[in-house]
Design a protein around this ligand. Structure first.
Ligand code: ATP
Length: 573
């Protein structure tokens, strides 16, 4: 296909902000392209492979500037000057290519195949001379581009296409272009996308006009799948009512989702955002090889951190750095160990399990996993129709520092990418207190220079002292310019507290009890770590309370009462 056709389509799609209009334009375009050109669907979303593939174009502004300069013969200073004027390197490339065109008559015809071929070489380049080679590949394309092509090529390079086509637009347009019953088609196409995350392979089938052929799309080991998500239950009773009795109830672990693919000796780990994180978790790869007895599978699980010494589970925040860190893996693995809790299986020994009922899937898990606590286990689960047993299990989950429980219908299927009504989560309601900030800790990285976590205290009425009850770092904006509520950023809160700074030790600072804030939390626990004897679980900033003086803040008696109420009412049943 000629690249100009794609560029013209980009231009048309980008010229409207109306969703229906965009869908129509894309659907007309999809009718015109053949299966052989299916990979342009990646290009439309600014990619060269399916979204989950880690090979990305990865071109910096600097290289783009050099390439524009080389392909147009206009020096870099002028290119940068134009960039400052136009604010978009794509527009710069378009304008300068226009000038070049007037000077030279001859251009080669650019095809989408050629564009993909060159762009796909970019992420393969490594080591010495990479910049030069990248530049040559890009310049070759720009040199044969028309102004409109140069505009979109440059934007593609910089991963900023600006045409407003999303996965949902592609789904709607496929339904629109090839099927009579649009509603059913939309659903089936979405299912196929969730299963494969590969628009080009879905397009290839959709183009035949036969919806039932989509069923042929299989899960593939090594290709990430969108996970199934849960709706909410208000109480244990509500949980049973919504998913039916008896049902499975499992711990809702407070960690992060990990999809585990295995085929013979190869193990691949994905997050729910489809990122491949295999390298970050070498120990998990070993657990899978040692303790799961099956040839090939895809498991759905939650990875949870625990304290090496006490073996107590840790909240997600404490181990979240393990997901992104690419260095010192072994050290981190030692310091922040995790346990894998497997709760579903989507593929087993060559067959998709998506359409099997949950009771069968969960039975397979129990069969193939040899439980090794603090390494890998099948999720704690009961199958019951008894509210009392459910409540006991729920309390145990909270005692074990987990978030709550999940209710699961025993007969239903696994629906990738959907928030379903047959899997429900139940966790404690958030409550609130007004507390005083009495300390803080300086942040690192983008929060460098500001306090990024804050010590909260309540008041002891008898002595008038302020007693620590927890540490809070959520609910506050990264940047002052973000338009969200609550309306305070880390820097603004730090400045508010600065006049009351007392003494600095390392990264920690003591602060005079002056500023009162409203905080929500999920649970109060006994804790030896704070001098109030209590700790808040999941405290979150809600609002400044300038209307309250520190003396008006919640006192220890109120905290005790909330703790008792929570035990007595245990508003979960
Ligand atoms: P939340 O913030 O409540 O975790 P969420 O949007 O991350 O919500 P939900 O689908 O609403 O995700 O809740 C389910 C999440 O709980 C899953 O994504 C998974 O990470 C986690 N989880 C922990 N234990 C289980 C379990 N036994 N079964 C299913 N999901 C579990």
């Amino acid at each position: 296909m000629i690249y100009l056709k794609l560029a013209e389509f980009y231009n048309e799609a980008g010229s409207t902000t109306k969703r229906l209009e965009k869908t129509r334009i894309l659907s007309d375009f999809l009718k015109k392209i053949s299966e052989k050109d299916k990979d342009v669907l990646y290009l439309m979303l600014g990619d060269i492979y399916p979204e989950y593939d880690e090979r990305k174009i990865g071109v910096s502004n600097q290289i783009a500037i050099k390439a524009i300069s080389k392909s147009t013969g206009i020096n870099e200073t002028k290119v940068i000057h134009e960039w400052k004027m136009l604010g978009d390197l794509g527009k710069v490339a378009e304008k300068l290519t226009e000038k070049r065109k007037q000077a030279t008559l001859h251009t080669h015809l650019l095809t989408t195949d050629k564009v993909l071929e060159n762009l796909r070489k970019l992420p393969e380049l490594e080591g010495k001379g990479t910049v030069g080679k990248k530049l040559a590949l890009i310049t070759e394309l720009l040199a044969s581009a028309s102004p409109l092509e140069a505009l979109y090529l440059t934007r593609t390079l910089l991963a900023d296409l600006r045409i407003g086509i999303k996965e949902s637009t592609v789904r709607d347009s496929m339904a629109e272009a090839f099927f009579e019953s649009k509603k059913e088609a939309k659903k089936r196409v979405q299912d196929a996308i969730d299963k494969t995350n590969d628009l080009a392979s879905v397009f290839e089938i959709v183009k035949t006009g036969k919806l039932e052929k989509l069923d042929k799309l299989h899960l593939e080991i090594g290709k990430p799948i969108k996970v199934m998500l849960a709706q909410k239950a208000e109480s244990i009773k509500d949980g049973f009512e919504k998913v039916g009795k008896p049902c499975a109830i499992e711990y809702k672990y407070d960690g992060f989702r990990l999809l585990i693919h295995k085929d013979r000796n190869k193990v691949i780990l994905f997050t729910r955002r489809l990122e491949n994180v295999t390298k970050q978790f070498p120990e998990v790869v070993n657990y899978i090889k040692e303790y799961v007895d099956a040839g090939s599978f895809i498991l759905d699980s939650e990875a949870v951190g625990f304290n090496k010494k006490t073996k107590e589970y840790k909240p997600f925040q404490d181990i979240s750095q393990r997901i992104r860190r690419k260095y010192d893996i072994e050290k981190l693995q030692e310091e922040l160990p995790i346990e894998i809790n497997v709760f579903d299986i989507l593929y087993y020994n060559g067959k998709s399990m998506l359409d099997e009922p949950f009771e069968k899937r969960t039975a397979i898990i129990k069969k193939i996993i040899k439980d090794h606590p603090y390494k890998i286990i099948s999720s704690k689960q009961i199958i019951t129709d008894d509210e009392k047993k459910a409540e006991k299990f729920y309390r145990q989950a909270l005692k074990d520092h987990q978030e709550g429980v999940m209710f699961k219908n025993l007969k239903t299927f696994y629906q990738p990418g959907s928030r379903v009504g047959h899997m429900l989560k139940l966790k404690p309601e958030a409550r609130d207190l007004d507390l005083v900030i009495t300390g803080g800790e300086y942040g690192t990285g983008k929060r460098h220079g500001w306090l990024s976590s804050f010590i909260l205290s309540c008041r002891d009425k008898k002595t008038g002292k302020f007693l620590e009850i927890g540490k809070m770092g959520t609910g506050i904006k990264e940047k002052a310019t973000e338009e969200t509520t609550p309306d305070i950023s880390f820097s603004e809160l730090t400045e508010k507290l600065r006049p009351y700074f007392l003494e600095l030790k390392g990264k920690s600072i003591k602060i005079k009890p002056k500023i009162v804030i409203a905080v929500t939390y999920q649970e109060i626990q006994h804790s030896p770590n704070y001098d109030s004897g209590f700790a808040l679980r999941f405290p979150r900033f809600m609002a400044l309370r300038p209307d309250k003086s520190p003396e008006d803040a919640s006192n220890l008696d109120e905290v005790k009462k909330d703790f008792e109420d929570q035990k007595r009412n245990w508003r979960y049943g």
